[in-house]
Design a binder for this molecule. Structure first.
Ligand code: ZN
Ligand code: ZN
Length: 165
C-alpha cells in the first residue's frame, strides 16, 4: 500500500470545466467558477453540504440554492471531473477524478470511514484481465466493504489503552 497522490494536469480544473461547458453550449458563470474552485480546493472526499459550507465562508460567496449545488455537481460528474464514491447518511460522497491518481477504497460499514489505497498488483491484474477480453481500459474502481480497524478493535483493548494514559 502507498499513499495516493495528486498528479500533474495540463490545465486547471476551472479551465477544464470551462471547456466542458463550452461543448454543452453553457457558460462558466461566476457562481459556477466559485463552486469549482471550492470543490478542487483540497483532495478530501466531500458532499454537497461541504461545498455549500465552504462557499458561504467566502467573501465573494453568497447563499446559493441547494438545487444549484446539485446541478453543478452533476455537471462536474458528467465532465468526468468528480465521481461518487459512496452514500453516507443519505448523502452522496464525491471525490476528484481529475488530477488525482487512480486509487481504490475500503468502506467501513459501521462508521463510514473511507480508506484510500493504491496497489500496483491490483492495477496490473485488472489490466491483464481487460486485455483477455480485448477491452481497452481507461480506469477501474474497486471497493472493499467491511469493518475498519478502529471499529473492529475489541472494546477492552481500547479501555486498556486509556488506562495507560
Ligand atoms: Zn469503522
Ligand atoms: Zn478516494
Amino acid at each position: 500500500m502507498k499513499e495516493v497522490s495528486s498528479v500533474d494536469v495540463a490545465i486547471s480544473p476551472t479551465e477544464k470545466f470551462q471547456e466542458y461547458l463550452t461543448t454543452r453550449g453553457m457558460r462558466l458563470t461566476r457562481e459556477r467558477m466559485i463552486f469549482v474552485e471550492e470543490v478542487f480546493a483540497d483532495h478530501e472526499h466531500f458532499d454537497a453540504d461541504t461545498i455549500i459550507e465552504r462557499v458561504s465562508h467566502r467573501k465573494d460567496g453568497r447563499s446559493v440554492s441547494r438545487s444549484t449545488v446539485y446541478r453543478v455537481l452533476g455537471l462536474l460528474e458528467e465532465a468526468g471531473m468528480i465521481r461518487k464514491v459512496a452514500r453516507q447518511n443519505d448523502k452522496d460522497v464525491f471525490e476528484h477524478d481529475y488530477g488525482y491518481a487512480q486509487h481504490d477504497h475500503f468502506i467501513c460499514e459501521k462508521c463510514g470511514e473511507l480508506t484510500e489505497f493504491s496497489n500496483d498488483k491490483i492495477r496490473q491484474m485488472v489490466e491483464e484481465i481487460a486485455a483477455e477480453f480485448g477491452f481497452r481500459l481507461s480506469h477501474h474502481r474497486l471497493e472493499g466493504h467491511g469493518v475498519c480497524a478502529t471499529c473492529s478493535a475489541p472494546p477492552q483493548r481500547r479501555h486498556h489503552k486509556l488506562d495507560m494514559i
